[in-house]
Design a protein. Sequence first.
Length: 65
Amino acid sequence: MKYLISLVGMVLILEALPYVACPDAMQKWLKQLSEMNPGVLRVLGLLAMGIGLLLCYITQRTDLI
């Protein structure tokens, strides 16, 4: 459980970095994102989820990293 809470904390830190570093650019990017087609957002989300799953698999089940 301690590992999971630490992992959530790290995700929050990484997610917050762009907002702290360049808030004006993030507002512009979020506006563009809200104007995108929902189908494209769904595909991008599935792609990101697949890459994350692959990275988790590689780091946990292989000796590559």
